[in-house]
Structure formats: structure tokens, C-alpha cells
Design a protein around this ligand. Structure first.
Ligand code: PHE
Length: 454
């Protein structure tokens, strides 16, 4: 199981923070978060989401990073080393598989974003009404050439970054892309809140409406807290495996959770102040980004520039997430098969591209092809995001809490006298209760709900 090449590592703590933040901030936080907040009670939903972040998101993030950092191996090797038997090796393979499948269809949607960025640059996104915006989106997303083309291009970009490895690839590029992303978010927020009817958008997003909080909405908040931190699919275990043994894990993870939440809320503010400024209703799902927003930009002063900024923002966010979904499999090939990084990256990229093709065709050629009543894209995304991701989270929680043992695991967090875990028994207690009891119970609830038990 010995790595054949010297294992790569992050150059600095900031590098790790930007890379992990890049993974967290993605389509989930930028595209999905704002409208689930709007639909499920505004600030009331945000409060629930924050509670779940504290109870399961943050503790599981720490658990994943800790497993990777201690083993210094891909999720397969790490699970096997800590779990000490075949079952845990297999579980490690399962989480790698989950990340890999996510990368295949994530690239399809991200490809649409890239495609729309190009459309915006060429000035093709100016519409007379919503029917025309919808028609344009349908035409593009059902075109095999367009969707496979941009899926390919996006995958190629991701592989190009991964090709250069942990420091020169993931870390260095995240350190450029994430600050750029933050600048774009700030520009859009400033534009949004200075629009005449900004208060309507702010109210939609931020006023607490407890009457809109439903049991289903609570589970959405729970799932969101999980997906947004890229948990349950090997990503954070792998990113943790590149972290130095001296690093104080809670101190490096806290900014990731905080900034990810802040960015999601700011993007929500930008989107809704902009949408409401034109007296449009925020739609849900793909139509918010691909129909409503282009239409709003058409009507706005400086809309051309804003639309370019907006699609640049989403594309950057998706890119830093995509690479993090591909990396676990690449690190597996390097650690276990002794492959060189370049070969492993190209192989992973080609395979993920091919597996993503039926997803790219699910809105056109393969529209009528269904599995369990879902088109291919919906099927793989449902299977991975709703079932495999919580399952992966459950496995990691059991591994750390019951197989490794909280006490032993936490010893590895006390890296120095100044470490966050030293002399703070209440912190250890809090993480222990969250990981041992609260997380497994909540994850089982998510799974039972998805399987239709409630
Ligand atoms: N955290 C990402 C988001 O919110 C989703 C993601 C999950 C990305 C898994 C990579 C891997 O969009």
C-alpha cells in the first residue's frame, strides 16, 4: 500500500483553505441555496441551515479531514488503514465512486454555465420575453453538439488543473480563482442592493417566515448543509490527506464553513435584489439561472457586463468544485496503482467525460430514455446526491466514532500546546456528541425520508 511517489501536500494553510472553500462553493451554494432559502422560509430556513452546519456539517468535515490527514492516503487506503478490514476498504471505494459519478454529471451542468458565459460574451442573451429566453435555453440544452461540447470543454479545463498536481494545480489555481470569485460576488451584491426595489429582494431572502418551514424543508436544510461542504464522497478525506501532520484542523476548517455560508448568502442577496428589481418572480431550478436572470440582465443598464460577471462567477465556482470531485479517484490511482499523476488525471477525465455523455443527452436525444421513471441525468444525480452522499457520511461517522473511537481519533487533533483541542474539554465534548449521536441519527432520518418512509 506504499505510495510509489512521494505524496503531494499543500504548500500553506491559506492554500488548503482556498482549495477546500473552492470545493464547498459550487453549484449547490450558488445556484441551489438561494432558491431553497426563498422557498422555505427565508431567514427561518437560514437559521435551521446554520444549526445543521454546527451539528453535523462542521463536525463531519473535521472527521473527514482528520481521517485523510492521519492516513495520508486516498479514501480507499485511509478507510482501510483506520477500519482495518476489507469492509472499510470497500466503503472507501464506494465514496470514491460517489465523487466520481458526481463529477460526471456536475460537469454537464457546469458545461451549460460555461456555454452561457460564452453566449453572454457574444451578446446572445438578450431576450424580448420569458418565452424567448426559455426557447433559447431549450434549444441549447437539447442540442447534443452544444451540451456534449461544453461538457467536454469544462472537463478538459478541470483536468488541465489537476494535471499540475496539488500545489501547482489545485492550490495555485484556487488561490487565483477564489479571490476573483469573491470580487465578482461583491460587485454583484453592490449592484443588487443599490437598485431601486432592492428591499423586496432582501425581504424575500431574509425575512423569517416560520409558516413556510415544513418537515420537507427541514430535511432540505439538512441535506444542503451536507452537500455544500462536499461531504460523503471522499473529497474532504482526500484534501485532508494532503495536509501536514502539524496542521490544526479545526482552525483551518472553520474559515471554510464560515466563508462558504457568507458567500452563499451574498449570492442570494445579489440574485434576488436583481430579479425583483425588474418585477419578476424568482423561478426555481434551472430556469432561475438560464431564463429569469438573462431576461433581467437584458432589461438592465449594464446588463451585458453583469451577465458576463454572473456566468463567470458560476463557472469559477463549479470548476473548483469539479476538480475536488475528481481528485479522490485520481489519488486512488496514484496511491494504489502507482500511476503517475498525469496519466491518472487524463484517464479519470476521459472516463468521467464518457460516463457524463448520457447525462448530457438527457435533455435532448435521450429525453425519453428512463430508469425507474427518471431520465439518466435525474437518475444518477438522485442516486448519488440523495442516497450515496448521505450513506458516505454515515460510513465516515461510524468509522470515526465507533471503529476508530472518538478518544483515539481526537488525540490526532492535539497537534500542539496551542491546538484548538487542547485545554478545551467542552469542544471535545461537543464534537463527540455531534459525531457519535446526533449525526448518525440525522443521517438515518435523511435516508429514510428519501426512501419514502415518511
Ligand atoms: N460543494 C459543492 C456545491 O455546493 C458540491 C460538490 C459536492 C462539489 C461534491 C464537489 C464534490 O456545489
Amino acid at each position: 500500500m506504499k505510495p510509489f511517489e512521494k505524496r503531494e501536500s499543500w504548500k500553506s494553510r491559506t492554500g488548503f483553505i482556498f482549495a477546500a472553500l473552492g470545493s464547498a462553493v459550487g453549484l449547490g451554494s450558488i445556484w441551489r441555496f438561494p432558491y431553497v432559502v426563498g422557498q422555505n422560509g427565508g431567514a427561518a430556513f437560514i437559521l435551521l441551515y446554520l444549526i445543521f452546519l454546527a451539528l453535523i456539517g462542521f463536525p463531519i468535515l473535521i472527521a473527514e479531514i482528520l481521517v485523510g490527514r492521519t492516513a495520508q492516503l486516498s479514501p480507499f487506503g485511509a478507510f482501510k488503514k483506520i477500519g482495518k478490514n476489507k469492509f472499510w476498504g470497500l466503503s472507501g471505494k464506494l465514496v470514491i465512486f460517489t465523487g466520481f459519478i458526481i463529477s460526471s454529471f456536475y460537469s454537464v451542468i457546469a458545461g451549460w454555465m460555461l456555454g452561457y458565459l460564452i453566449e453572454a460574451i457574444f451578446g446572445h442573451l438578450s431576450f424580448s420575453g420569458s418565452a424567448q429566453a426559455l426557447e433559447h435555453f431549450d434549444k441549447l440544452s437539447s442540442s447534443a453538439f452544444w451540451s456534449i461540447g461544453f461538457h467536454f470543454l469544462f472537463m478538459a479545463l478541470s483536468i488541465l488543473i489537476l494535471f499540475f498536481g496539488v500545489r501547482k494545480g489545485i492550490e495555485q489555481k484556487s488561490k487565483i480563482m477564489m479571490p476573483l470569485l469573491i470580487v465578482v460576488v461583491i460587485i454583484l451584491v453592490i449592484k443588487g442592493v443599490t437598485l431601486p426595489s432592492a428591499s423586496k429582494g432582501l425581504k424575500f431572502l431574509l425575512s423569517p417566515r416560520w409558516d413556510l418551514v415544513t418537515p420537507a424543508g427541514i430535511l432540505i436544510a439538512l441535506g444542503q448543509a451536507f452537500f455544500t461542504l462536499s461531504l460523503g464522497q471522499g473529497t474532504m478525506v482526500t484534501y485532508g490527506s494532503y495536509l501536514s501532520k502539524k496542521e490544526d484542523i479545526p482552525k483551518s476548517c472553520f474559515p471554510v464553513v464560515l466563508l462558504n455560508t457568507l458567500i452563499s448568502i451574498l449570492v442570494g442577496i445579489a440574485i434576488f435584489t436583481i430579479v425583483f428589481s425588474q418585477d419578476l418572480q424568482p423561478a426555481v431550478g434551472p430556469s432561475l439561472i438560464f431564463e429569469t436572470l438573462p431576461l433581467v440582465f437584458t432589461k438592465m443598464k449594464l446588463g451585458y457586463v453583469l451577465s458576463i460577471f454572473f456566468f463567470l462567477l458560476v463557472t469559477l465556482a463549479a470548476l473548483t468544485s469539479e476538480i475536488s470531485a475528481l481528485e479522490p479517484f485520481i489519488s486512488y490511482l496514484i496511491d494504489e496503482k502507482g500511476w503517475k499523476r498525469k496519466k491518472a488525471s487524463i484517464f479519470t477525465g476521459c472516463l468521467a467525460f464518457l460516463i457524463g455523455v448520457p447525462s448530457a443527452l438527457s435533455f435532448g436525444l435521450l429525453k425519453r430514455f428512463t430508469l425507474f421513471g427518471l431520465n439518466f441525468f435525474d437518475f444518477v444525480s438522485f442516486l448519488s446526491v440523495n442516497i450515496l452522499v448521505p450513506l458516505g457520511g454515515f460510513l465516515i461517522v461510524v468509522l470515526v466514532s465507533y471503529i476508530w473511537g472518538i478518544k483515539k481519533a481526537f488525540e490526532h487533533l492535539k497537534v500542539s500546546k496551542e491546538a484548538f483541542f487542547h485545554h478545551r474539554p467542552w469542544v471535545a465534548m461537543y464534537f463527540k456528541v455531534c459525531l457519535k449521536y446526533i449525526s448518525p441519527i440525522l443521517i438515518i432520518l435523511i435516508l429514510l425520508n428519501i426512501l419514502g418512509f415518511f
